[in-house]
Design a protein around this ligand. Structure first.
Ligand code: ATP
Ligand code: MG
Length: 419
């Protein structure tokens, strides 16, 4: 599988850092759970008649004949693990996770067979306020990354399972009159999962749907009231949205509110983040009824979007603050020792010591290429007086000052504090 983006690029790490800080600021804690699961878990949660389960899962029988698969998404595994560890019983939880997911899709830009999601899930809260919180976190993430003008929010109310059943019957009846014009997948789904037809990418099918019955005429008053409050909360918090009555999501566990963040800057792979409420999933997987809502976003698409946006701060590519090197005639050992001394005095600073000796000029060249802002150059020990070093700006000026080792930590702090 070489259709995978490199995961440890600086942009990637930057997004992870910003995300981690953000979700922690909302009181979410990270949960880890396995990459390998029983295939059954996803069949029961995502649904048998969905793209993911029908066509995209990496399933196989293990040596015992158990049917296992590489997880295609995070929510089901998160619920299973949280339930198994007693995190959901009679309590509220705010959890997040990150990691690889696997889907056997046709690889293309923004679509890979191993990709990575960050998921944010909250359990035990039934009101629209927590739905709003989940959406606000994503909006805050776009703000933090400078992407707010690159994405738009679409939302919909998909009602309860019973609402959708009634709507599905009406939709089937309508579509059966136009069966010949439907694409093949939609024809197959007409009886098994008619709502999935709404999601069809075929232009002819989409054209037909213009006159189809609308889900909004079938949703129950409770979900409509919840949805109306959610919209008000979004307005109150200055989150702009568009209602898309055809937004149904490709996973069966959702109910009530669903949403997607979409960009026009990545071609066909326009959905960068998606989520919704899933109040039945915990019970469906064997737990006690627990209301829940969550989202997931794809790291690769976000990396592509951020790199295309030109909003990437320069500091993203900077992994070093200081490099320590030796003047000609200074033993390499002194560089190592001084760097250790500095790391103890200035924890958090990123300090690299030059190893392997060599001429000063070639060390300095490497220092310039390292991306560090400052070089500390160890001078030969003078006959009298204290050991000194030169603190040199690694920029075009090459400005340097000579200072004593005792004053070095303070001088470094000062130099790095000035932009
Ligand atoms: P799409 O409509 O693009 O197939 P989806 O509805 O299958 O997306 P979800 O299952 O909701 O996507 O996953 C949430 C997010 O994960 C998506 O919005 C996207 O950013 C990312 N994602 C999903 N599948 C892939 C993939 N194969 N490669 C890269 N990112 C993906
Ligand atoms: Mg998909």
């Amino acid at each position: 599988m070489n259709d995978i983006l490199p995961t440890e690029t600086p942009t990637w790490q930057y997004i992870e850092q910003v995300t981690q800080q953000l979700v922690q600021s909302y009181g979410y804690r990270e949960i880890r759970f396995p990459v390998l699961e029983q295939s059954q878990l996803f069949k029961r949660s995502i649904g048998e008649v969905t793209d993911i389960v029908e066509k995209e899962m990496y399933s196989f029988a293990d040596r015992n004949g158990d049917e296992l698969c590489l997880r295609p998404e995070g929510t089901a595994g998160c619920v299973r693990a949280a339930e198994q560890h007693g995190l959901l019983y009679n309590q509220q939880q705010r959890l997040w996770y990150r990691g690889p997911m696997f889907r056997h899709e046709r690889p293309q830009k923004g679509r890979y067979r191993q990709f990575h999601q960050v998921g944010i899930e909250s359990f035990g809260m039934a009101g629209p306020d927590i739905d709003a919180e989940i959406i606000l976190i994503s909006a805050a993430l776009w703000r933090a990354l400078g992407l707010s003008s690159s994405v738009r929010l679409e939302i919909n109310n998909i009602g309860t399972a019973a609402d959708r059943k009634a709507f599905g019957a009406a939709l089937t009846q309508f579509l059966q009159q136009h069966e010949a014009d439907l694409d093949e997948d939609s024809r197959r789904r007409l009886l098994s999962n008619p709502l999935r037809v709404l999601d069809s990418k075929a232009a002819a099918t989409q054209a037909l749907l213009v006159n189809a019955p609308s889900l909004s005429d079938f949703v129950s008053p409770e979900t409509a009231a919840h949805y109306a409050t959610l919209k008000q909360l979004l307005r109150d918090n200055d989150v702009a949205f568009v209602e898309n009555p055809r937004l149904v999501r490709g996973l069966d566990y959702y109910n009530n509110m669903v949403f997607e963040w979409i960009t026009d800057e990545l071609g066909a792979q326009g959905t960068v983040c998606a989520g919704g409420r899933y109040d039945s999933l915990v019970a469906q997987l064997g737990g006690r009824g627990t209301p829940a809502v969550g989202l997931a976003f794809g790291m690769e698409r976000l990396v592509l979007l951020l790199e295309a946006s030109g909003k990437l701060p320069d500091s993203v590519n900077q992994v070093l603050d200081v490099t320590v090197l030796a003047s000609d005639g200074v033993a390499p050992q002194q560089v190592l020792t001084l760097a250790e001394h500095l790391r103890t005095r200035l924890p958090g600073l990123r300090i690299m010591s030059h190893c392997g000796g060599g001429k000063f000029n070639s060390q300095l060249k490497k220092a310039y290429n390292s991306g560090a802002r400052l070089a500390v150059i160890v001078d030969p020990l003078p006959e009298t007086g204290d050991q000194t070093v030169r603190l040199r700006q690694l920029d075009d000026t090459g400005h340097s000052e000579t200072i004593t080792v005792a004053g070095l930590a303070e001088a470094l702090k000062r130099a790095l504090a000035t932009p």
